[in-house]
Design a protein around this ligand. Sequence first.
Ligand code: UGA
Length: 432
Amino acid sequence: MKMSVIGTGYLGATHAGAMAELGHEVLGVDVDENKVALLASGQVPFFEPGLPELLSKHVTSGALRFTTSVQEATAFADLHFVCVGTPQRSGSNAADLTYVNDAFRSLLQHVRPGAVVVGKSTVPVGTAGALAVDVRAAGAQLVWNPEFLREGFAVEDTLRPDRLVMGAEDDAALTTLQQAYAPILAAGTPLVITDFATAELVKVAANSFLATKISFINAMAEICETTGADVTQLATAIGHDDRIGPKFLRAGLGFGGGCLPKDIRAFMARAEELGVDQAVSFLKNIDDINLRRRARTVDLALEMCAGSFAGRRVAVLGAAFKPDSDDIRDSPALDVADAIQRGGAAVHVYDPQAMGNAKNVHPTLAYSSSALEACDGADAVLHLTEWREFRELRPADLAAVVRQRNILDGRSILDAATWRDAGWQFRALGRP
Ligand code: UGA
C-alpha cells in the first residue's frame, strides 16, 4: 500500500520505517527541511537503537522517501498517518495542540476524497471527535490509532506491539487500516476496535497507570527510608504476585521524558475542563511523589558533601531521561544536576549519548568526555541514568580519581556490597 506519515519525530520516523518494513511504500512529511534532508539520506537526528539501520535499508530500496510537501503526500497516497508531537503548553498543564491542528489543516486542504486519515498523536479526549468533523467535510474518514512505543525500543515496539487500538466511526476506514497492519495482525497481535474517545483514553490511561506504578514504589521508598527497609527487595517480593507483576516497580529517581510527565498533567487539565477533575486528582500526588524523589536526591548529595555544596565538585553520570536514549526532555538527572549547581557545587556531567542535547539546553553545567573524567576530583558521584557502561564501572578505577569515595545510586542498580567493600560510602534511594 502507499501511505504518508506526517511528522517525522520519534513516533513518525519509527512508524515510517516500520511501515516500509511491512512492505509498504511510504512518504514521510515534515516541515523541518533539515530533518527531511537527514532522513532522506538514511540518517536519524536522534539516538534510537536499530532505527538508522531500518531507515537506511528502506531509503536505499526506494520504499521510503521524505518530503516537506503535504501536497506531494496527498497526490501520492490515500492513507495518511498523523504523528506530530503534543508537548506541554508553556505556563499550563494542558497539551499544546498547535502541531496537530496545523497538520490536519494542511492535510485536509489537499486530501483526496475517500482517503483515510489516521491520528497517532497523544491528544486530550474529545480531540478526535472534533477533528473527525473536518475530516468528513473534506470527504475523508478518520481513525484514531494511539501508539505505545517506548524510546529505546521504538522499532521493536512498533513492529511487534502488544496490542493495536483503533477508534473509528467508519468500517471501510477500519478495514483499510487493518490491511496496512496485516502482517502484525496475522502474528496474533490483539486488536481493540472502539470509538474515538475510548481510543484516546487508552493512551493516557496506560501512561497514567505506568506513572502510578512508578510513583507507588517510590512512595514505598520514602517509607523504607525512614524505617530501614529495602525498597528493591520489597518490589521483588510484591512483584511475584501475578496480579501486581514485577515491571515498572524500579524505585529511584522517578520518571521523566517527553511522555509520562506531560501526559498525566494534560490528563488532569482535560479532566478539569470536563468537570471531572476529582476522578484523576490522585495524579497530582503521582506527579508530586515523582518530583520529591529529585529533591531527595539533592538532599542525599548534600549530606555526602557534609552539608554544603560550596566549593564542592559533584559528578553526575547520566543526562538522558533513561538509558538507550538521547532524549533529555524532563530529565530527572539534569534537573538534579541543575539544582546542585544552583546550590553552589561545580557539577560535571557525562552521558554516552545525550551530551549534545544537554549542552544545548543546560549550557552552564560542565561536561566531561567520559565517566572517569566527570569523576575527577569529585566529592560525590551521582549515578542518575542507568546506562550499561555505568553499571560496569569499577570502584577501584573511580577511587583513583575522586576526592571523596561517595557514591549515590539514583537508579538502584549498582551492587552496594561491591562498592562498600572497596571503601566507598554508598547511598541509594529507598535502601538502607
Ligand atoms: C512511555 C511508555 O512506557 C510508552 O508505552 C508510551 O508509548 C510512551 O511513554 C509514549 O507515550 O510515547 P517512554 O517515555 O519511552 O515510554 O519511557 P518509559 O520506558 O516508560 O520510562 C519512563 C520513565 O520512567 C523513565 O524516566 C524511566 O527511567 C522511568 N522508570 C521506568 C522508572 O523510574 N521506574 C520503572 O520501573 C520504569
